[in-house]
Design a binder for this molecule. Structure first.
Ligand code: NAD
Length: 393
């Protein structure tokens, strides 16, 4: 088995590489084989046998629970650490058992601090906006901090009372309108956490020759948390990327989150790489995905650019309403695999896939969720679509 290694801040990728994958629950059993079929065909075509992926299955979610009694076995975490780059289908959220979400557990355990979501439009895909072709962005959403850290207490609990007593009596806080019936949450936002996220976004913009990085925040209201994110971002750019800034290779700007959501509808062409905090990033990702065709084709990844560890993933859920029917759209996972190939430096194979996908969509060839909105739509099953895509490479 040949693992990817991170040496001196650079990924070393062997030509025969082992990639761990989690099949995923629900429609995972359908999108994962479709994705592997297309990726294998693209790698074979791009490199004529010189490069190859050996997939090894690792377990999480329902399949892991059935096989091992655990939802997220340690062996799965070890496999992602050892092999550095991996991919996963969607996972169900276990009810009870102390796990809020397996996705969150994976991100936290492996400290995958960037949630990266590229958003672009493919000709042929129906969109609710007039000019979807102007949407071409890559979102860098901070994954480990903010109000998402899960530090919160329910109204009326002993912890909520204790917390209120502390902020009221020791910190002099008098602004809580209904203290007896208030729940409380804590929003930690650090300089280190903000800087490592913003640095990744800047590096990505520079290495892909992209026009700008926009810091999206709500610092006009939350001055120290969201405002800190913005200030630390500008300071970091000045300190570490001064030459690129002053030569014009790098443009840093910022936008308040509510205005940003509006602007992306009105003038999306003004934005390229987006660096933002956890909660803002959640809303932004869904709005932008909806503008270019929605859940079935939105790819994503969770990445730690320092350790190199990266897990590429379908962004949709397990879709229990259509699981087992052979109709699910595999493009979210396939485009996540394209991101993975790009991350590994195997761009040629990724490009073959996106170009073939563009050709099929423009002829109306897609799974039913997309084809039903296309004037010339020809709905295909998941398997038939994967076959057509592999043949069109
Ligand atoms: P969902 O994404 O599973 O489904 C929402 C709707 O979109 C459904 O009608 C579904 O049929 C449709 N849909 C989703 N993906 C599709 C695809 N690729 N092709 C065609 N149609 C598609 O979201 P949900 O119903 O909110 O969540 C169901 C379960 O999935 C929950 O247990 C949730 O926790 C889990 N979930 C997991 C992830 C993940 O692992 N990344 C993400 C979201 C939700």
């Amino acid at each position: 088995m040949s693992s990817i290694k991170m040496i001196d801040g650079r990924l070393q990728v062997p030509d025969q590489v082992t990639i761990p994958y989690i099949e995923g629950d629900g429609v995972g059993a359908e999108v994962t084989p479709a994705c592997q079929q297309v990726v294998d065909a693209a790698v074979s075509k791009a490199y004529q046998g010189r490069r190859r992926i050996d997939w090894i299955e690792v377990y999480a979610g329902g399949k892991a629970h059935q096989l091992t009694g655990e939802w997220l076995p340690q062996t799965t975490i070890y496999a992602f650490r050892e092999h550095v780059v991996g991919i996963k289908g969607p996972l169900m959220t276990p009810v009870g058992g102390g796990i809020r979400s397996l996705n969150v557990a994976l991100r936290q355990t492996l400290d995958l601090y960037v949630c990266q979501r590229p958003v672009r439009w493919f000709r042929g895909i129906e969109s609710p906006v007039k000019h979807p072709e102007r949407v071409d962005m890559c979102i860098f959403r901070e994954n480990t901090e903010d109000i998402y850290a899960g530090i919160e207490w329910d109204a009326g609990s002993a912890e909520a009372k204790k917390f209120y007593k502390f902020i009221h009596e020791e910190m002099g806080v008098t602004k809580v309108r209904f203290p007896e019936t208030s729940s409380f949450g804590v929003k930690p936002v650090s300089k280190e956490g903000s800087e490592r996220l913003i640095r990744s976004a800047i590096e990505y913009a520079l290495s892909h020759h992209l026009p700008s990085v926009t810091l999206v925040h709500k610092g006009n209201i939350m001055k120290y948390t969201e405002g800190g994110f913005k200030r630390w971002g500008y300071e970091l750019a000045e300190r570490e990327y001064g030459e690129a800034l002053h030569s014009g290779r790098l443009v840093i700007k910022d936008c308040i989150c509510d205005a940003f959501l509006q602007n992306t509808l009105l003038k999306p062409e003004e934005y390229s790489v987006i660096a933002t905090m956890n909660l803002n990033g959640d809303y932004i990702s869904d709005q932008l995905a909806a503008m270019v065709g929605g859940i079935g084709i939105a790819p994503g990844a969770n990445i730690n650019y320092q350790s190199g560890i990266a897990i590429f993933e379908a962004t949709h859920g397990i879709a229990p309403d259509i699981a087992g029917q052979g109709v699910v759209n595999p493009c979210s996972l396939i485009l996540s695999a394209v991101m993975m190939l790009d991350y590994m430096g195997w761009q040629e194979a990724g490009l073959l896939i996106t170009q073939a996908m563009e050709r099929l969509f423009s002829q109306g060839i897609a799974t039913a969720d997309l084809a039903k909105y296309m004037p010339n739509g020809q709905p295909l099953s998941t398997k038939a679509f994967a076959d057509r895509l592999a043949a069109a490479l």
